[in-house]
Design a protein around this ligand. Sequence first.
Ligand code: WQD
Length: 348
Amino acid sequence: MDTTNDLTRARVLITGGTGFVGSHVAVALAGAGAEVELLDNLCHSSPNVVDRLSSLTGVDVPLHRVDLRRHEQIPPVFSGAPFDAVVHCAGLKSVAESISRPLDYYDNNVVGTLNLLRAMDEAGCRRLVFSSSATVYSPVGVPPLDETAPIGPINPYGRTKSVVEGILEELCEADPAWSVYNLRYFNPVGAHPSGRIGEDPNTDPANLVPRVLDVALGVKPEIAVYGSDYDTPDGTCIRDYIHVCDLAEGHVAAVARLDSSAGCRAVNLGTGTGHSVLEVVDSVRRVSGREVPIRPQGRRSGDQPISVADASLAETELGWSARRGLDEMCGDAWNWRRSNPRGFEENA
Ligand code: WQD
């Protein structure tokens, strides 16, 4: 593995590999020459993703149907040809759900990671890229947030990500053979331009972009806008939306650098540019040509007015920066939803 992002002959296991981010990471890694295998329990994704990935990459993409909460299921995954690295995307990811189901979030996101790390260590695979989140940051941080911004998650989901980051930091301190990147995602949106993979609407994401697309498709009558009295130019919240393909390419860059840098490093994956809720709605109107009625509502509890990354460390550390703008994000997401109204249900 080297800094040209050429991963030819690298063998990489992607946990959560049939999920939204994991599937796009699989395509990007295969595109960089890596041999990719997936691990997933399919609790929030479809097995049909595997065929889509094989047709997109032109290679076989084996799936290990494994639940990381069952530690005994993991060692057999490492019994074949050794993996050079693991990209760990498996986990539950809804802030709202984590508030009502904290034990499930700690079980999946923390216990599952501990079981994975044990199996990796036993197999002598000590290169890891971890799917972390901007929700580890404290609300007191002043945007744009760099990696030294105060840590202080305010919900169980964000806290599980922060706990795992701490575990990885201490593992790397205890054993210098480990090399880890904690990639802190801001707001992943969009879809692969082929329209063959994307965010499955059947997982009922509460996120803004899938819901605005539901309205553009006529699945929902209007989009509720949570709060229009924030201290922002148009009164609605601002977020750092990043195209999932840019995010995936950031993972390729991180995998390519695991060998050359020991220890544990946190890196933001964002664009450094914020867009408001209303700007996202306008973008979907532009790319779809559809009316998207809005219904202003009260604020959603827990929302920060502005969450935008300082993305400069990714450039210096990974030689990576996001390239795609908001209309490309919404245009690719629209293309995916319009081509797959029922997501991965039909393996068309
Ligand atoms: C964005 C903005 C809402 C829905 C979430 C997760 C976070 C990360 C990214 C994984 C907010 C507003 C939303 C709607 C709206 N995922 N909104 N109407 O909350 O920034 O972050 O996704 O790491 O963990 O919390 O994203 O898309 O839910 O909301 O007005 O119907 O859109 O209030 O201002 P968020 P989001």
